[in-house]
Design a protein around this ligand. Structure first.
Ligand code: F6R
Length: 615
């Protein structure tokens, strides 16, 4: 949460900062601000509540004098509401020093009391201003050594933070630090960048350095120095960004979400690419790591939100193919009890951003307990894969819309690959040829669902724009998709939505059904299990008898659902583990079309941010 960008170089920094913030706005969008050190060596700052456009308008009305050293911030409020005053940057040392922050400084109240006793007064309600004031005091106290002052400050902070700071006495220098919050370096020619992620600078350079936990960085136009919190130099890990700036543009689509939904065939194809050899799944990143899978008797998959629903599909697939028990744990619940884990446990974490604090903490906790850890992640250089023993990257490309779509499909794909890989390594699969063929066929089938059902589903959503509540039912791997369908709808259309395991309905939720209640039902193929199919058809009859308006998602040719359905959405035939990747698509399209019909911003829904880097 919160997007951070920093620049030093020969060019005017303001436009670079604003463009970087535009690419980071998905991380938070309740206020934004920039600070620059101008040619005369004085510091200018502007910050505004509201989306980045409010800051842009303000700068268009009255520009800041430009300079070639600057920092910028887009905020998702934690301490203090989204106001101009609480927006970042925060200033100190008589407004000659500017600081921005992502995360939560847990000991800020103690530090604020200490500074207040020293005569410091505060303008905002934020924890960030406390760090700025502390830096100002250290800086004055040590006679003007910004790097030393910054190091002393970060050593006093508790919690999670990325901080960037600059002082007008030091044009051409931006200092940064990270603890459990993201920060990467972009290496240019005679200029350097800092960003919460590579999107901040990818239009200028695709050469990057990952910074480890508890490390401090200083950038000047010609040099980058990284140390630990004690000041000892450390090597930062170089990597090349695999996508270009165009991949993070809307490219003519009405929204990032529309673009990302449409990109799913490609996201799945890219995630599979290079991981199928003949009729076997072989994941090259896991070469030589067979012992991650052989000496275990249990798998825990941990994640949050949409990623946790992908995890539920993974549970079915891994149990089926690798014959090992799998539990799915919400990351924010996992470490607050005393889970039974050890070196016989493989903890798989799933995160699009690779920065979700809840998931990161779960991974660290698992490692401390001796478990083996593997992450499934979409973002190179992110923290969670760096904290794990192994990583399987999804190659969905940058996901900008807050509501996850293509990353979800890529996560399920990676889990299917992992299940088949584990099954082979553990010797529980002898012939994977059918499943491998199913996997390889997925991109084309997803494209077909988009092609054949997009208009139908969008029309349906248009008719339902006034609906107040929608329910989703599924069984087996359809259950996680019901949960995901409900989450997509509530997060972007603000309509009450709930997903249920179809068999659970009669244990309570069926009381919600009244005449006209829309219910989506995900119907599994009768070819996989006539029993499961018939149970779901019975569930449809139960709700239909109580007046529900039934919208089924069923495979082509399934005629058994026709007498009981008000609407039928068709998906191509696919193997049992592969259906979720087809069934989820119309639900994403439905949520997007309904939110659009209500006139809502599907890319930036209220109260949310894409990367949740606070607990
Ligand atoms: C919902 C959504 C969130 C994320 C969750 C985890 O559309 O995007 O529920 O799935 O916050 O985020 P990552 O995958 O970045 O760890």
């Amino acid at each position: 949460m919160c997007g951070i960008v920093g620049y030093v170089g020969p060019r005017p920094s303001q436009d670079i900062l604003l463009a970087g913030l535009a690419r980071l706005e998905y991380r938070g969008y309740d206020s934004a601000g920039v600070a620059v050190i101008d040619e005369d060596g004085s510091l200018g700052m502007r910050k505004k509540a509201g989306k980045l456009s409010a800051l842009r308008d303000s700068l268009a009305d009255a520009a800041l004098p430009d300079g070639s050293t600057g920092i910028g911030h887009t905020r998702w409020a934690t301490h203090g509401g989204p106001t101009d005053v609480n927006a970042h940057p925060h200033l100190a040392d008589e407004d000659r020093l500017a600081l921005i922050h992502n995360g939560i400084i847990e000991n800020f109240a103690t530090l604020r009391d200490e500074l207040a006793a020293d005569g410091v007064s505060f303008r905002s309600e934020t924890d960030t201003e406390v760090a700025a004031a502390l830096l100002g005091r250290e800086y004055r106290g040590n006679g003007g050594d910004l790097q030393l002052a910054f190091r002393n400050v970060v050593n006093r902070l508790e919690g999670a933070f990325t901080l960037l700071a600059m002082h007008q006495d030091h044009p051409g220098l931006v200092v940064g630090a990270r603890r459990n919050s993201p920060l990467v370096i972009g290496l240019g020619e005679g200029e350097n960048f800092l960003g919460s992620d590579v999107a901040a600078f990818v239009e200028h350079t695709r050469k990057a350095l990952a910074i480890g936990q508890d490390q401090i960085v200083s950038i000047t136009p010609d040099a980058v120095t990284v140390t630990d919190f004690a000041g000892t130099p450390v090597e930062a890990e170089p990597f090349d960004v695999s996508w270009d700036a165009a991949a993070a543009e809307k490219g003519g689509w009405s929204s990032f979400m529309a673009k990302e939904v449409a990109e799913q065939p490609e996201a799945v194809a890219n995630t599979i690419r290079g991981r199928i050899q003949g009729d076997r799944v072989v994941i090259p990143e896991l070469d030589g790591l067979d012992d991650l899978f052989t000496g275990i008797n249990r798998v825990i998959i941990t994640a949050c939100g949409t990623a946790s629903y992908a995890a539920l599909v993974g549970k079915y697939a891994i149990e089926q193919w690798a014959r090992v028990p799998v539990d799915v744990e919400l990351a924010h619940e996992f470490r607050y009890r005393d889970p039974v884990i050890g070196d016989d446990t493989l903890v798989v974490s799933i995160s699009q951003s690779g920065e979700t604090m809840d998931t990161l903490m779960a991974v660290k906790y698992a490692r401390e307990r001796g478990a083996r850890t593997l992450s499934i992640c979409n973002t190179q250089g992110a923290t969670i894969p760096r904290e794990s023993d192994a990583v399987v990257y999804t190659h969905a490309g940058p996901e900008v819309a807050v509501a996850s779509t293509k990353a979800f499909s890529a996560q399920i794909t990676a889990l299917l690959l992992l299940g088949l890989h584990m099954g082979r390594v553990r010797g529980s699969i002898t012939d994977a040829s059918v499943d491998v063929a199913e996997l390889a066929a997925l991109p084309e089938k997803i494209a077909k669902v988009l092609e054949t059902e997009n208009d139908h589903v969008s029309q349906l959503a248009g008719w339902m724009a006034d609906t107040r509540s929608v329910l989703f039912l599924g069984r087996h791997v359809g259950y996680p998709i019901a949960l995901e369908g409900a989450l997509k709808l509530k997060e972007i259309s603000y309509i009450h939505a709930e997903g249920f395991a179809a068999g659970e309905l009669k244990h309570g939720p069926i009381a919600l059904i009244e005449p006209g209640q829309p219910v989506f039902v995900l119907v599994p193929s009768p070819r996989h299990s006539a029993l499961v199919h018939s149970k779901v058809v019975s569930n449809i009859q139960e709700i239909r008898a109580r007046g529900a308006r039934v919208i089924v998602v069923a495979e082509e040719g399934d005629a058994a659902v026709l007498p009981f359905a008000d609407e039928v959405i068709r998906i191509p035939l696919a193997g049992p583990m592969f259906e979720p990747l087809l069934a989820v698509v119309p639900l994403q399209v439905f949520a997007m079309a309904l939110a659009t019909a209500k006139g809502l911003d599907v890319d930036q829904p209220r109260n949310l941010a894409k990367s949740v880097t606070v607990e």
